[in-house]
Design a protein around this ligand. Structure first.
Ligand code: MG
Length: 270
């Protein structure tokens, strides 16, 4: 069985050429937050956007439409960004997605039901006191980064989730299980909706995790996808080595957009 072609390094000749093809078009640049704009920390509440990345994202907004699509709640991701973006969507695509308000309300009701069934996390702490239940409004997350016995927790949690009503869509991430209500949109759906809303002719999406594969798998011809962290089985077109390279990618993109604008101005005056 042949999988997708492995992603190329973003600053290789191939990567530079792919970035160049975004020139001169109405563009939407969207980013995941944890592990992409900001490096992962031991606890989710310790994560903030590094100043260099924040400044680059702020500069980029002068050149195209910007968006963040995060697994965090919308409110949480906005407070950690420290910079304004045109669209901030939380909870893997359901929280704050324009036009999806009814689905979001339905997701809140389902998540509250699960919270009650898990006795606000008591049922999880009985399993392992290091398990952390996060209420994200429209979804729940169970973090096991600090579990006493992570292997045992990972093995026994699916049975707990299977007992929930209605059955959640489980999306695994880095040391986390995300419990999404059946009506929740994924990041791919959210990206398509934002491309439409911003009337973009081309898109860039940067992410690092399993849930970002829903965007990488879209295979839209005018969507350039970048994974943070090399993984040859990813459907992304390009990869970066670490979140610390995201600011450099943004600046390279601004360079391309600026060159196209200067060329356009020269053609008009020349
Ligand atoms: Mg991430």
């Amino acid at each position: 069985m042949s999988g997708p072609p492995p992603p190329a390094y973003a600053f290789s000749r191939e990567g530079t050429a792919a970035l160049r093809r975004l020139r001169g078009r109405r563009l939407l640049a969207a980013f995941d937050f944890d592990g992409t704009l900001a490096p992962i920390a031991l606890r989710p509440e310790q994560v903030i956007t590094p100043p260099g990345t924040r400044a680059a994202l702020d500069r980029l907004r002068g050149w195209c439409t910007t968006a963040v699509i995060s697994g965090r709640s919308r409110e949480d991701v906005i407070s950690r960004l420290g910079v304004t973006v045109d669209y901030a969507v939380g909870n893997h695509g359901v929280d704050g997605l324009p036009g999806a308000e009814r689905e979001a309300a339905e997701c809140v009701a389902v998540s509250q039901g699960w919270l009650a069934q898990l006795r606000s996390g008591e049922a999880l702490r009985a399993l392992d006191p290091g398990l952390l239940l996060e209420d994200k409004g429209v979804s729940l997350s169970v973090h096991y980064r600090q579990a006493r016995d992570a292997g045992r927790a990972v093995a026994s949690l699916p049975a707990v989730f299977a007992g929930l009503e209605p059955a959640p869509r489980i999306v695994t991430g880095k040391m986390v299980f995300n419990l999404l209500p059946p009506a929740a949109a994924d990041k791919g759906t959210a990206m398509l909706r934002l491309l439409e809303l911003s009337r973009a002719e081309a898109g860039l999406y940067v992410g690092d995790d399993v849930t970002d594969e829903d965007v990488f798998c879209l295979h839209q011809p005018d969507l350039l996808t970048v994974r943070v962290g090399r993984d040859d089985s990813s459907h992304a077109r390009l990869y970066l080595r670490a979140p610390s390279e995201v600011a450099r990618l943004i600046d390279a993109l601004i360079g391309e957009l600026a060159a196209a604008r200067a060329r356009g101005a020269a053609l008009r005056t020349g």
